[in-house]
Design a protein around this ligand. Structure first.
Ligand code: HEC
Ligand code: HEC
Ligand code: HEC
Ligand code: HEC
Ligand code: HEC
Ligand code: HEC
Ligand code: HEC
Ligand code: HEC
Ligand code: HEC
Length: 372
């Protein structure tokens, strides 16, 4: 074995040349065949304006811009790699919907990313709906697009953050309308990169119903989801927004109840809504003083304007919190003095015990155990 090694190595330059020639020929042939494969389709589908009028009167655009495919992540792919059922030209049957799963699965040998996200998608509300045969549920291409698929980091991608609201909004129309008018939607539209889009709150391949315990928008987890931004001083100070809201909520009655699993207690979205969020000084905001009775009244029947008198996000450590500050301070004083009293009591008691023991020990020089 060892002796043959130099032999093989020596053969490389000579044989390399013929391999190169063969390779070039193969590449040329393959290129021509592949090119032909695609041109076969593009003979019809590459003609601008190629379309079909459906019996319903709607026109189906059948023109495909091949350069888009070449600029996408699938630049090395050919028409039939995706449209795998088109095996004759012209084709008689109407091609089936593309199955992206042909290549996109964990452990694939096609070079598609290896990621647990495919499985995550199957367990999402969309994946389950798709499996159950809901024709309105999104398949991969409904979010990612067809011929111009790009990574989310590319601003031209369907799934780039700034395009996400439109993609989700295409099916969730009413929510899209609300979101667009909200402080978050307006901020995103005006280029504020820190503002949340649908996927910041809902996840991407992990989207679940709010009732689902694992959902990022489950009542028990909403505060954590808002906290991703609202508890961060570096983000919030840019917009002049107080970043104590999360902490004050967690210390509030609602926050503590929620922590203990009382999910009917108010979470951020119960008061602020999920998609209609507006600053408190906007008269349309659910947390504007004018609307407070209605907002609290959902759960506290008969709540009037006085019910929420003062501020909701009360920082008990701040004297401007008024009565709450004094009550909290009172509690603190009471707690500290009670504890001090307790320590004093224990200390005195210990002192007394040691003294009595010393007195007894001083008497016979032995402990009680040795005596018995
Ligand atoms: C002779 C022209 C012609 C050629 C060549 C051709 N097609 Fe088509 N293709 C059509 C027509 C016409 C339709 C519309 C079919 C219908 O709806 O009845 C169509 C429809 C399609 C559709 C489905 C559109 C939809 O959503 O209903 C796909 C996908 C497609 N072709 C892919 C291909 C591929 C891939 C090739 C090459 C392997 C190819 N075609 C070659 C004429 C052609
Ligand atoms: C990465 C996979 C992929 C490749 C490669 C691909 N397609 Fe498609 N194509 C799709 C998807 C996804 C759709 C949307 C319909 C669907 O879901 O099946 C589509 C739709 C179409 C349609 C219907 C009209 C339209 O634009 O919606 C035609 C025609 C078509 N493709 C032809 C082609 C031709 C011709 C090529 C080669 C130049 C090609 N496709 C390459 C994925 C692909
Ligand atoms: C014939 C195999 C094949 C099919 C079918 C296919 N893909 Fe891919 N896909 C790949 C390969 C290979 C890559 C990796 C490309 C690279 O990294 O250069 C990829 C990459 C991707 C990426 C990665 C972008 C990123 O973040 O890097 C997305 C998203 C994607 N494909 C979506 C789809 C969708 C949606 C469909 C169905 C319309 C589809 N693919 C169909 C092979 C395929
Ligand atoms: C509801 C919309 C939606 C659906 C449906 C969807 N995706 Fe995604 N997908 C996203 C978003 C959003 C991202 C994140 C984009 C980013 O920022 O990178 C993503 C990311 C990806 C990535 C890149 C992530 C990585 O780890 O490399 C791949 C690959 C991918 N999706 C493939 C698929 C496939 C395959 C399907 C179908 C089984 C699918 N997606 C269905 C929205 C969707
Ligand atoms: C192609 C249409 C389509 C697209 C695109 C789409 N969805 Fe959905 N979505 C649905 C359908 C249909 C359901 C209902 C599934 C069911 O009830 O079984 C659903 C359900 C949901 C649910 C659960 C609703 C509930 O009542 O519990 C959430 C949350 C959701 N989608 C968020 C999103 C987000 C975020 C995006 C974008 C990343 C998105 N969807 C993109 C069609 C879509
Ligand atoms: C700031 C966080 C946030 C953003 C951004 C957001 N959502 Fe939601 N979404 C929630 C919360 C929290 C819920 C839970 C239900 C509730 O409290 O109303 C929810 C519920 C939902 C539901 C199911 C319940 C319903 O009302 O039908 C859907 C569907 C949905 N969102 C889609 C979207 C879409 C689409 C977008 C983007 C246009 C989006 N969401 C943006 C936080 C958000
Ligand atoms: C991805 C980060 C992010 C997430 C997640 C997020 N927000 Fe925001 N939020 C912002 C930014 C940034 C602004 C400031 C926008 C501006 O003023 O241009 C804002 C503004 C607000 C405002 C208006 C404050 C004011 O006085 O102007 C409220 C109220 C609010 N968010 C509540 C919430 C709630 C409730 C949640 C969770 C359901 C949430 N946000 C989730 C980033 C986020
Ligand atoms: C019980 C109802 C209620 C709950 C629960 C609640 N808020 Fe508020 N929030 C309000 C009210 C009322 C205001 C306006 C008055 C004030 O600032 O106290 C407000 C104000 C805000 C503001 C604006 C502060 C500013 O500087 O302009 C933000 C941001 C905010 N809340 C975020 C949150 C977040 C994040 C959560 C969850 C961790 C949450 N809120 C939970 C009722 C609530
Ligand atoms: C989503 C429902 C919900 C909303 C909205 C809500 N609360 Fe509550 N709140 C509860 C629950 C549940 C409790 C637990 C005690 C109970 O059952 O009364 C509670 C307890 C309280 C308590 C302490 C216990 C008590 O009864 O004195 C106060 C104070 C309170 N809420 C004020 C408010 C104010 C002010 C608002 C509006 C800004 C509000 N809540 C909005 C559900 C809600």
């Amino acid at each position: 074995m060892m002796r043959r090694l130099p032999d093989i190595a020596g053969g490389i330059p000579r044989r390399g040349a013929s391999v190169l020639v063969l390779g070039l020929v193969a590449l040329f042939v393959a290129g021509a065949v592949w090119g032909q494969e695609d041109t076969r389709c593009l003979d019809c589908h590459g003609k601008p304006g190629f379309k079909k009028v459906l019996p319903s009167g709607r026109t189906l655009d059948l023109f495909v811009e091949p350069t888009l495919l070449r600029l996408s992540v699938h630049k090395d792919k050919h028409c039939v790699d995706c449209h795998a059922d088109v095996n004759e030209v012209p084709h008689k049957e109407i091609p089936q919907k593309v199955n992206c799963r042909k290549c996109h699965y964990q452990g694939n040998t096609e070079g598609a990313p290896q990621t647990g996200r495919y499985l995550e998608f199957d367990n999402s509300v969309h994946g389950k709906a798709l499996k159950a045969g809901n024709p309105k549920a999104p398949a991969c291409q409904d979010c990612h697009g067809d011929h111009f698929i790009l990574p989310g980091s590319d601003p031209r991608s369907n799934v780039s953050r700034s395009n996400i609201p439109q993609v989700c909004g295409g099916c969730h129309l009413q929510i899209y309308g609300q979101y667009r008018e909200s402080i978050h939607g307006k901020a995103m539209a005006s280029g504020v990169k820190d503002a949340p889009v649908c996927t910041d709150c809902h996840g991407e391949h992990t989207i679940a119903r709010p009732e689902d315990r694992t959902s990022s928008v489950n009542p028990g987890r909403v505060a954590n989801t808002c906290a991703k931004c609202h508890a961060k001083v570096v983000i919030m100070k840019k917009y002049g927004i107080n970043s104590e809201q999360v902490a004050t909520y967690e210390e509030s009655f609602h926050g503590i109840a929620n922590e203990f699993g009382v999910l009917k207690a108010a979470n951020c979205a119960s008061c602020h809504t999920a998609h209609d969020i507006l600053p408190p000084d906007d008269p349309r905001s659910t947390v504007n003083p004018k609307n407070i009775p209605k907002t609290c009244g959902k759960c506290h029947p008969g709540a009037n304007a006085n019910f929420a008198k003062g501020r909701i996000h009360i920082d008990a450590k701040d004297p401007s919190a008024g009565i709450v500050y004094w009550v909290a301070l009172g509690f603190k004083v009471l707690t500290v003095s009670t504890l001090l009293g307790l320590f004093l009591h224990i200390g005195l008691d210990l002192f007394r015990q040691i003294r009595t023991r010393k007195e007894k020990d001083g008497g016979n020089g032995k402990t009680g155990e040795e005596r018995s």
